[in-house]
Ligand binder design. Sequence first.
Ligand SMILES: [Fe+2]
Ligand SMILES: [Fe+2]
Length: 178
Amino acid sequence: MDKKNIIEEMIRVNHAGERGAIKIYEGQIKALKFLKQEESLIQEIQEMRDHELEHLHFFENEIIKRNVRPTFLLPLWDLLGTTLGIGTALLGKKATALCTAAVEEVIGGHYSDQIETLENDFKEEKSLKDTFSKFRDDELEHKDKAEKMGSTNSGVYYVLDTIIKGTSRLAIEVSKRI
Ligand SMILES: [Fe+2]
Ligand SMILES: [Fe+2]
């Protein structure tokens, strides 16, 4: 694959991923409000959602600047994100936190892989690499936050954790290409 395509793939999949993250958090916020869960939990999620908005805006700009085609699967990401957000919030606080921990772990690892590629093969993309590093740190902070919120993957939560991580990885792979 030529170099331009590799960068385009990165922008395409990250744009989709950030959008999915926003949908997850917005789904959770809606459901948690509906369930009248404590305000502090909702506020924490709103804060993370705001970071994702910042990330999304960056990729929206890159899409225009570099003339990258967004993935055709955006509606699927939206649906998946919203379902995951509402679904986990309805299952309770532990599932809500688990969802964040699982997704952010996958996204954090995904950013780390991209940062390594940029470091090795794209010296000219230093500013992109620096931005990815900042976003990666945000995602890992979200994961830490979720762990403090009480995420667990023991017992039945292990199944949910596996499903969420598997789905996220699959969505990443597919959105690079389609
Ligand atoms: Fe993000
Ligand atoms: Fe995040």
